[in-house]
Design a protein around this ligand. Structure first.
Ligand code: UTP
Length: 289
């Protein structure tokens, strides 16, 4: 029997240097796509996948996220008085519920593996999900829901994967595939940011993971890897052989909102899906291209 996934970790302590100066005082994860911050998309995707507890690993200058997931009493009152009930519903619907959201701080941004390790006391001995909010995924059902469904069959560690152009492997964790069937690839190894010449495949890990708590044993070592950072990929690689490790080719479209082009593309794509915006945005784009 596979234990269900009820907790999710959101590492949001990165410096977001590619988005400076916007991210000097504003967390990258609060950047809006159309009218909703990236972190809210991720929390909603997790909620739709059955997640009940949300653990945000934050850092200095990230308090806007704590405010975002809390009541804004004056604003709520003003919206009510002005009869703006739709806007009021919108801001109330995004609240995860009392006692459902936890914050811990990664005091120094030592890497994604270190950020996840900072959440260890909230996880104890349960499987858990990790979502990187800057990978925004347009999918129905959501990417994590697709993963939870497959996870209930295969257990172990499961990550979302997609093919990237070979020249891009140096930006991702890459799977060394033992076998692939029906969109599910069993990995016999993982390499973080390999040179395109030696990458074992082009199947790259994107920002969605379901992990067994054993990964913390490997993160405890605090070994540094590519870029001098404590890499989650390295710790996951060490679990291969202890637990099954699979990559799922999810159905949907990922936008790398950590990059400027990906972020702009996400804004266009999400706006074009909105009935209230699609026509106007289409006409506007035609004027520019
Ligand atoms: P990135 O590799 O995109 O790094 O992190 P970054 O600092 O956010 O952005 P750039 O590259 O400087 O522009 C991927 C995810 O891991 C989190 C980030 O917040 C982001 O969600 N992260 C990364 C941490 O929480 N802590 C870290 O030490 C590193």
């Amino acid at each position: 029997m596979v234990k269900p996934v009820k907790k999710a970790v959101f590492p949001v302590a990165g410096l977001g240097t590619r988005f400076l100066p916007a991210t000097k005082a504003l967390p990258k994860e609060m950047l809006p796509v159309v009218d909703k911050p990236l972190i809210q998309y991720a929390v909603e995707e997790a909620r739709d996948a059955g997640i009940e507890e949300f653990i945000l690993v934050t850092g200095r200058g990230k308090t806007a996220m704590e405010d975002h997931f809390d009541h804004a009493v004056e604003l709520e009152q003003t919206l009510k008085e002005r009869g703006k009930m739709e806007a009021l519903k919108e801001i109330l619907d995004c609240l995860p519920g009392s006692g459902r959201v936890y914050y811990t701080r990664q005091q120094t941004p030592l890497g994604l593996g270190h950020a996840v390790w900072c959440a260890r006391s909230f996880i104890h001995d349960e499987p858990f999900a990790v979502l990187l909010a800057d990978d925004l995924i347009m999918a129905e059902p959501g990417c994590l829901k697709q993963m939870v469904d497959v996870y209930s069959q295969v257990g172990g560690n499961l990550v979302a994967v997609e093919n990237v152009p070979r020249e891009m492997t140096g930006h991702y964790g890459i799977l060394d595939v033992a076998q692939e069937q029906g969109g599910l690839a069993r990995a016999k190894g993982l390499v973080e940011k390999p040179d395109p010449k030696v990458a074992p495949s082009t199947l790259s890990i994107i920002g969605r993971y379901i992990l067994q708590p054993e990964v913390f044993r490997h993160l405890d070592r605090q070994d540094t890897g590519a870029g001098g950072e404590i890499q989650l990929t390295d710790a996951m690689a060490r679990t291969i052989g202890e637990v099954p490790f699979h990559g799922l080719r999810f159905k949907g479209k990922r936008f790398d909102c950590g990059s400027k082009q990906g972020y702009i593309e996400a804004n266009v794509a999400f706006a074009l899906r909105r009935p209230d915006l699609a026509e106007g945005v289409k006409a506007m784009l035609r004027r520019y291209v």
